[in-house]
Design a binder for this molecule. Structure first.
Ligand SMILES: [Zn+2]
Length: 451
């Protein structure tokens, strides 16, 4: 037996613990895991001193190509993900134009994605008020899940994404339950948040600390609870995205105890940054729901460390520089974060708070892969895709603008000292990123669609 690649002597992160092992890769799959693999290989990589982990499965990424390719493209976005230790991602049905709300729009995305991706990728379908009759064709075309907005994103641009009304949410959930699809929701009460924003701006209450008050915690909890009620009624699988508060997590846990099929994610930025940080960083750290105040973030950390949050995502939501060069309340509400999830969260959760490395791997890889039904992804075990990253726990660096692969090179983490580093990213046995050389090789990413 000759392997294509053998990874030697790393601290291999398995589901049940970490051990020093060799990994043999053949035909893009993990073919052998053993204490010593002495067979020949086309290539051998020494991983001593490195954690050898499953790559992140990021289920929340916005690439705005086609239609708004100046915000982010598949090439630049997937390079940033690869450099950050992500090996597969699921792309949101907004902010490209047209939004992914029917099969023709999905076909345009598939064509745009083409051969530009450095890592594996799949797509969401959108649920909007005028596409209840398109959900089945999107599901049949292989989207991995659906997404809707209970928040206000009304746009006057034709074919842009719009938020659901309660009727659409109800009928859409009925249909998605039949199709056995997960509905992911952006949960904020739009009538309260949009009026409060107007009121705050009129009164000149527009500081970084005012912003979370304009989108108060109960507006997230109310939307989550409403969606849970609809899920109970319809039997639809539910997944609230980018949850920012402990209060919403508690509502989700209660629903789960009552038998609702619901999971939940939070994003790196809700755990890594606070409203207090926005005072310094400004609009690069603006997102919706907002970054919460330190006292509220501490409660979200308690939920994460207690195992009450199923997985982490980036919600990479990029835009052009001009949309961030605006007063906080008017700037684009999205954080470019694709490139810094594994390193920042490893630093914060494992190094600073003592989370076990194999548990951390569940939150970036195994749990999202299981929920999104990606049987070849999410863990280091024989037969899985060889989607593997190296993390050097003893390396430290300061993130600089020139390190960023995004089309628009800004980040809320610029200037941040990060006390660990992703040193290699391997997608189905192909090295696509190395800390010394940067992005290497070809865009090997393949489409992952629903079986
Ligand atoms: Zn998003």
């Amino acid at each position: 037996m000759t392997y294509d690649l053998i990874i030697k002597g790393g601290q291999v992160v398995l589901r049940d613990g970490v051990r020093q092992l060799d990994i043999g890769i053949k035909d893009e799959k993990i073919s052998c895991i053993a204490e010593q693999i002495t067979a020949d290989a086309e290539e051998k990589i020494d991983a001593k001193g490195q954690y050898v982990m499953p790559g992140m499965v990021d289920t929340h990424v916005h690439i705005s190509e086609p239609g708004r390719a100046e915000w982010e493209g598949f090439e630049t976005g997937s390079k940033a993900l690869a450099a950050g230790g992500t090996t597969s991602y699921v792309e949101m049905p907004l902010n490209a134009l047209p939004a992914t709300t029917n099969k023709e729009a999905l076909d345009l995305k598939l064509e745009a994605a083409g051969k530009q991706n450095y890592i594996d990728y799949g797509f969401y379908g959108g649920l909007v008020p005028d596409n209840l009759d398109k959900l089945e064709e999107l599901s049949g075309a292989g989207v991995l899940a659906f997404k809707c907005f209970m928040s206000d994103i009304t746009s006057d641009i034709p074919d842009d994404f719009t938020n659901v009304d309660d009727y659409t949410l109800y009928k859409g959930m009925q249909k998605l339950a039949e199709l056995d699809q997960i509905l992911c929701i952006h949960a904020e009460n739009p009538s309260v948040t949009s009026k409060l924003a107007e009121e705050f701006m009129k009164e000149g209450r527009t500081s970084a600390m005012d912003y979370p008050d304009s989108r108060p915690i109960f507006t997230e909890v109310e939307a989550v609870q409403r969606a849970i009620l609809f899920a109970k009624e319809t039997g639809c699988k539910l997944h609230p995205v980018h949850i920012s508060t402990s209060e919403a997590i508690q509502a989700i846990l209660q629903a789960r105890r009552e038998g609702v099929d619901v999971t939940v994610e939070t994003c790196t930025h809700y755990l890594a940054l606070t409203a207090e940080d926005v005072e310094e960083i400004g609009p690069y750290a603006k997102c919706q729901p907002p970054l919460r105040k330190a006292e509220d973030q501490a409660k979200l950390w308690d939920e994460f460390l207690a195992g009450n949050i199923d997985w982490l995502t980036s919600d990479h939501s990029p835009c052009t520089e001009d949309l961030k060069q605006a007063p906080l309340f008017e700037a684009w509400g999205g954080i470019s974060g694709a490139q810094n999830n594994v390193d920042i969260m490893f630093d914060l959760a494992v190094k600073q708070r003592g989370m076990a490395v194999n548990e951390f791997a569940d939150y970036i890889a195994a749990h999202p892969a299981a929920r999104f039904n990606l049987p070849n992804k999410g863990e280091i075990s024989v037969g899985k895709d060889a989607d593997i990253i190296f993390v050097d726990p003893d390396s430290s660096y300061i993130l600089k603008r020139e390190d960023l692969y995004y089309k628009n090179k800004h980040s809320a983490y610029e200037g941040r000292k990060i006390d660990c580093r992703v040193t290699k990213t391997i997608v189905r046995g192909n090295v696509v990123y190395d800390a010394e050389e940067g992005i290497v090789g070809e865009p090997v990413g393949k489409l992952v669609s629903r079986k």
